[in-house]
Ligand binder design. Sequence first.
Ligand code: 4AD
Ligand code: MG
Length: 429
Amino acid sequence: MQKIKDLFSEKFVDNEIETRGWIYRWRESGKIIFIILRDSTGIIQVTVSKDMVGEEDFNSAKSAGIESSVIVSGILKRDERAPGGFEVLAKKFVLVGKSLNFPITKDKSDEFLLDMRHLWLRSREMTAILKIRSTVFEFLHDFFKREGYYEVQAPMFVSSAVEGGSTLFEVPYFGRKAYLTQSSQFYLETFIFSLENVYTVAPSFRAEKSRTRRHLTEFWHCEAEVAWIGNDEMMKIEERMIMHILDGVLKNNKEELILLKRDISKLEDITLPFNRMEYADIIKLGKDVGLDLDYGSDLGADEEYAITQKFEKPTFVIHFPKEIKPFYHRPDPQNPSVVLNHDLLAPEGYGEIIGGGERIFDLDELLQRIKEERLNPEDYSWYIDLRKYGSVPHSGFGLGIDRLVWWIAGLEHIKYAVPYPRNVRRLVP
Ligand code: 4AD
Ligand code: MG
């Protein structure tokens, strides 16, 4: 049994082969049925003629609809007219799972394809995206393994907010209130006292009502936390991580990027170091491109789109005003009105893919910020504890993995980067 991709080889020409997959295209022309067969590795033309396969198999091929699963054996031939230059002349055609009236036909609406995601995953576009996504996860783990991190797991049911109360998902929890986690950061901070360098790959949840090209209510979050380092070192780690993943995708998924019509040169041209820009300068730049921004404005999807459209590499934005960032960010001792943080903005209009920075490690400073933000210290008692028993300077970040896939694959909307996207309206399939 050969995988379809392996058939594209001179060594099989005029030899017997056997392969299996799903019917991608079907066409009858006189006494011959032309099938394009698809498996996880590619597509190939299969020609079924009554003379070669006999009446019974020919009738099977005739009745098999689009997306039927089949096993074919026959002879591999060179044929310049066939896609990829090879075809299989079937000698045996076995219908394994019939498919009648496959609901996805040409020119269906985006909403319809989302309703049919469980079947649309078979499309060549989704297959390409899923392969790129798989590489991204693989190289993410590979990066942390190479750099000596421990992988840890945090709970998804939590009792308080990390990134502000407005996007918390509340869930009933045996007569109490629980929330779905917005970020594993605070738990990651607890691990550094034993493991020093840790990371996790897990879902995070945000009750995000805004409908943008980049927001999901459930997204995959890679978060890392490192003892004894500051914001600058953290950014260097992230640069290496992003480059490692980019290299991995460029090495393993050229074919998929081409199928998705991604301008690959834009990814190949990215080199280290990434750019660094002060928040204050980003605001100036935003004004220059016509945005209505003031110092102190937060940057949303539209603003970042306009700002990063002409960027050619990822850009770290540093030193945000403390008022527009969560309480845990460490104010800069040189200028306490800004924090030692960074957002990493992807180029070509994609915008934020990472948020991170240095954490407050001094007990009094943390209590002060919690008070300023009018939060209840009791909600953060264990987090505060970490500043009481051997606190250390430390930094971390959170990478939106779906956003990374969205940018690398050059997709229009984040919903294409995820097999089963979740937003305000979508819970099925
Ligand atoms: O910037 P955020 O909110 O930062 C945190 O959650 C920190 N606690 C992370 C940390 O330092 N450990 O989220 C981090 C990243 C964003 O940059 C974005 O890529 C992604 O998570 N993200 C989302 N992705 C898809 N849909 C959403 N609604 C997202 N919200 C955040
Ligand atoms: Mg952020």
